[in-house]
Design a protein around this ligand. Structure first.
Ligand code: C5P
Length: 212
């Protein structure tokens, strides 16, 4: 089974993806980490995030096994990731890795921006997760503060609004809900309720299709 989860920044896709994968015994890929890793390598090389040659070279030589998640999950890397991810050649260089991951038995949960639309258009279940920008900012800021980062809700809100705008309006694989994706709005749900709602979607979809 392949489950595609897409949605805007800080919508909770990663947490949902991880929990759904554990629930169904599937593998999980947070595809945002791929773009973050490309951005981090470009930054570490002292290049600008819109340096196409540097970004494409980084994308072609990524080693997901060597990712340092904490170093990738910073606001600065997220911002740069949103710039490198608008480069069509960067996206093209990462397609095979993502599709191979999804295709390996017993299947996988992938979360990102274009999983249901571009990477796995035939996914068994597609979920588009969202919440109001204010709620997303509040949750992400609390996470950052719990990890010792000094940041305000307003600062995170500005960051995610800018990224969402760039991700929605780029030409290459823009963020959008696939026509056959189920909308999951978590604005008024805590994490346990969001997971229950996601499992309900998976179960209803499988029952409707009569597939495993
Ligand atoms: O999901 P996360 O916030 O970690 O993603 C960082 C950035 O990577 C996003 O703002 C987006 O620009 C990009 N991204 C993407 N396609 C994906 C996953 C992430 O363009 N499938």
């Amino acid at each position: 089974m392949i489950i595609a989860i897409d949605g805007p920044a800080a919508s909770g896709k990663g947490t949902l993806g991880k929990k759904l994968a554990a629930h169904y015994g599937l593998r999980h890929l947070d595809t945002g980490l791929l773009y973050r890793a490309v951005a981090k390598r470009v930054m570490d090389a002292g290049r600008r995030a819109d340096d196409v040659a540097a970004a494409v070279a980084a994308a072609k030589t990524l080693d997901p096994a060597a990712f340092d998640e904490a170093a990738l999950k910073t606001p600065a890397v997220g911002e740069a990731a949103s710039v490198v991810s608008a480069i069509a050649e960067v996206r093209a260089a990462l397609v095979t890795l993502q599709r191979d991951f999804a295709a390996k038995p017993p299947g996988a949960v992938l979360d990102g921006r274009d999983i249901g639309t571009v990477i796995c258009p035939d996914a068994d279940v597609k979920i588009y997760v969202t919440a109001t920008p204010e709620v997303r900012a509040r949750r992400r800021a609390a996470e950052y503060r719990a990890n010792g980062r000094d940041i305000t809700d307003a600062g995170v809100l500005a960051d995610i609004l800018k990224r969402d705008e760039r991700d929605r309006n780029r030409a290459a694989a823009p963020l959008k809900q696939a026509p056959d994706a189920h909308l999951l709005d978590t604005t008024h749900l805590d994490i346990d309720a969001a997971i229950r709602a996601a499992i309900d979607i998976v179960e209803a979809t499988r029952a409707g299709r009569g597939r495993d």
